[in-house]
Ligand binder design. Structure first.
Ligand SMILES: [Cu+2]
Length: 77
């Protein structure tokens, strides 16, 4: 039962991230997202300019994720 409650709040999203030029950039975005409390996993595909984030909707909103990307110096597409 506890398991179900934990899983129920998680949401997967894909964010278009603009301004990344190399692996260092994608790693920085990945780290910034991954450091957020409530993010279960964050993976960034540099070629696709996309961040795949699995997060807890009770702790974070999509806006919070976007703000972190902007704060790291990149843009949302
Ligand atoms: Cu770079």
């Amino acid at each position: 039962m506890e398991m179900i409650q934990i899983m129920a709040a998680n949401q997967k999203v894909e964010l278009k991230v603009l301004g990344m030029a190399c692996g260092g950039c994608s790693a920085a975005v990945e780290k910034a997202l991954g450091n957020l409390e409530g993010v279960a996993s964050a993976r960034v595909d540099l070629a696709k300019k996309t961040a795949y984030v699995d997060y807890d909707t009770e702790k974070l909103t999509l806006e919070d994720l976007k703000k972190v990307v902007l704060g790291a110096g990149y843009k949302i597409g």
